[in-house]
Ligand binder design. Structure first.
Ligand code: NDP
Ligand code: MG
Length: 407
């Protein structure tokens, strides 16, 4: 199918196009990464709609205590953890809830493809989310996509696969949810540009010299959003925005020259679309990820919730400024990765995961993160039209190169 056609299919699809359930019926949800920031906020959304949304499958990784609480409360039919160690308490919790426990890395796919689920929330962090998301698509599950790395690493393959299996990919990322909402009822041929907003993170105004020495604690102190550690560091380097540009490029089939980034410190305007007639649509709201999560889970319907009301007088002024490329070289690296195409986005994603992890362990300084990503991009073996296996190899090779650079 032609790329524009795939896109129109995905964006114009409504209930009658999906093979799945109407929100007025019960929608069954599997959550990959239920113990994370997105996972827990999704459960908070699901709590609001007991008659409409039901959890059938959950996966956690290291936070077993939280997973136990979730199993007790939501009584999923099946739950997954990668390791088989120290699971006595979980096993006991499961005895009373009637949930089936599965373990082992490979078995995670059973959560992604669980027959009784209508939609999979892909909320594992990083490259680890890719294969389960692909398997969910192959099983015909609609995807609420938080794991942006899936599209960064394998956007072409994943979008083609979604079209082939008639699967809707509904963005959870707030910027992409905003664009998706602005595009309802619109024609992609009429788009002049899309504008992704960025908060600028904790170092938006930090002196460049001081930026060399910032601590992990400083970098984890995001001004507007409370998120997992990896995406919080990505927000501080603005690599997150770079990854989001790549995500938008695949999700909306928009050429990179039509994608712009603007810094908006208040994080109230979540993103904008400008049309050919110079009309601009924006989606606004408080920085609360539960709103885009709910939209993805209930799409195409909207449902009343108990979230905080937005006050215009509290936000009497909203500000916008150009991103500072000296301070945030990661943004340029991401645009360069799109230009080079092939496996380059996969390379920068892998190098970034390694570099962020090294920064969190205080092995490298903050400004070394984009340097390691750029040097890995220059050293890893390019591949023009990668298969999934090529991308798995690229990921391994790029991680090794980044690790060597860190040493
Ligand atoms: P967190 O680190 O908070 O949560 C990650 C989740 O994935 C946890 O449930 C974790 O389990 C699990 N996990 C981690 N590694 C593995 C692995 N190797 N195998 C299986 N499961 C694993 O991340 P976030 O919730 O912040 O982010 C999730 C995704 O959503 C990311 O791709 C991020 O970019 C995206 N996103 C997040 C936003 C946010 O506000 N947080 C906003 C927009 C996008 P455990 O905790 O039990 O170890
Ligand atoms: Mg975002």
């Amino acid at each position: 199918m032609d790329r524009q056609l795939i896109l129109r299919y995905l964006l114009n699809s409504n209930r009658s196009h999906t093979s799945h359930q109407n929100i007025t019926d019960m929608k069954h949800i599997s959550i990959l990464g239920s113990t994370g920031s997105i996972g827990t906020q999704a459960l908070d959304v699901i709590r609001q709609f007991p008659g409409k949304l039901k959890v059938v499958a959950l996966s956690g990784h290291t936070n077993i205590n939280l997973l136990i609480e979730q199993v007790r409360e939501f009584k999923p039919e099946i739950v997954h953890v990668s390791e088989d160690k120290n699971l006595e308490d979980l096993k006991n919790a499961i005895k009373t809830s009637g949930t089936k426990l599965i373990t082992g890395k490979e078995e995670l796919i059973n959560i992604a493809t669980y027959p009784k689920s209508d939609m999979v929330l892909s909320a594992i962090v990083g490259f680890a989310g890719l294969i389960p998301t692909i398997e969910a698509i192959k099983a015909g599950k609609d995807i609420a996509l938080a794991n942006k790395e899936t599209l960064v690493v394998a956007g072409d393959l994943v979008m083609d696969l979604a079209a082939k299996h008639n699967v809707n990919i509904i963005p959870v990322d707030s910027e992409h949810s905003a664009i998706f909402q602005c595009m309802q009822g619109e024609d992609y041929d009429m788009v002049r540009r899309i504008i992704l907003t960025a908060s600028g993170g904790p170092f938006r105004t930090t002196d460049l010299k001081k930026l060399q020495k910032v601590s992990v604690k400083d970098a984890l102190n995001h001004p507007n959003w409370s998120m997992g550690n990896k995406i919080t560091i990505d927000s501080a380097t603005m690599m997150n925005k770079g990854l989001e540009v790549i995500e938008a490029y695949h999700l909306f089939k928009i050429p990179p020259f039509k994608i712009e980034v603007i810094v908006h410190p208040e994080s109230i305007v979540h993103s904008l679309v400008e049309f050919k007639d110079r009309s601009i649509k924006a989606q606004l709201g408080l920085p609360d990820m539960r709103v885009p999560i709910q939209y993805a889970l209930t799409y195409p319907d909207r449902a009343k919730n108990t979230f905080e009301e937005f006050s215009f007088t509290k936000y009497a002024a909203l500000h916008f400024e150009q991103p500072d490329i000296k301070r945030f070289p990661a943004l340029d690296i991401a645009f360069e990765a799109i230009r080079r195409g092939g496996n380059t986005p996969c390379i920068i994603n892998a190098a970034n995961e390694i570099a962020v992890n090294a920064f969190l362990k205080e092995k490298i300084r903050f400004m070394q993160i984009p340097k390691i990503v750029e040097e890995t991009m220059e050293s890893a073996t390019p591949c023009v039209n990668p298969s999934i296996n090529d991308l798995l190899e690229t990921d391994i090779e790029s991680r090794k190169i980044a690790e060597e650079l860190i040493k």
